[in-house]
Write a protein that binds this ligand. Sequence first.
Ligand code: SAH
Length: 213
Amino acid sequence: MKDTLRHAGKRKQLANVLVGKGIKDESVLSAIEKIPRHLFMDSGFEDHAYQDKAFPIAADQTISQPYTVAFQSELLQIKNGDKVLEIGTGSGYQTAVLCELGAKVYSIERQKELFKKTKLFLSKLGYRPKYLSFGDGYKGLKEHAPYDSIIVTAGAPYVPKPLLSQLKINGRLVIPVGEDVQIMTLFVRKSETQFEKREFGEFRFVPLLENKN
Ligand code: SAH
C-alpha cells in the first residue's frame, strides 16, 4: 500500500473541486485531503480515485462519490466524540471520514465478504471505528443506541423506523430516500415524538437491501 506526494496533490485538487461545488466545512475538506482514497479501490482504478466520481468496489457495490460523502458528512455537523452510526460500511471510505471528524463510529454492512475485507483494511490503515457490525441496517444497532447522528449510505425506499428511534434528542439522521433516484433527507429529532424534516436534492445510490447475506 503506497501513498505518495503525487496522491496528496491530487487530493488537494479534489478538495478544491468540492469547494467549487459548495462544500464549506473545513474539517470535512481536511479529512478528504488526508484520506488515501485510492487505497479503498482496486488498484486498476487508482487513476480514478481523485476524480469526483463513484466507483465499483467488491460485491457489486460502489464507493460513493466524494461530493456525496462530503455533502452527507457536512449535514451531520459532527462534534468531537459524537457517537455516529453508519449504515453501509462498503469500502470503509465514509467510515474513515467519520473517524477523521472525531466521531466514535459504529457501522453496519450486510455483505459478509465486504464486511470482512473492510474490517481488516481499516485496521491496517490505522482507523479504529468503535464497532463494525455484519447485519441489516434497516434495524439499526439498538445495543449501542442512542446516537448523535446516523448516516445511511445506500438508497432507502422508505425511512426505517428503528433509525429514527435510535437518535438522541437533537440527533440527526441523514438518509437518501427513494427508489431509482433518492432525495437527500435530514431528520432532526426535536422530542421523543417530533422530527423536523428537510430535503436537499437528488442523489443516486445503490439500494438499501433487506436482510444480510
Ligand atoms: N459508505 C460506503 C458506501 C458503499 S455503497 C463507502 O464509503 O464506500 C452502500 C453499501 O451499503 C454497500 O456496501 C451495501 O452492501 C450496503 N448495504 C445495502 N443495504 C444494506 C443494509 N440493509 N444494511 C447494511 N448495509 C447495507
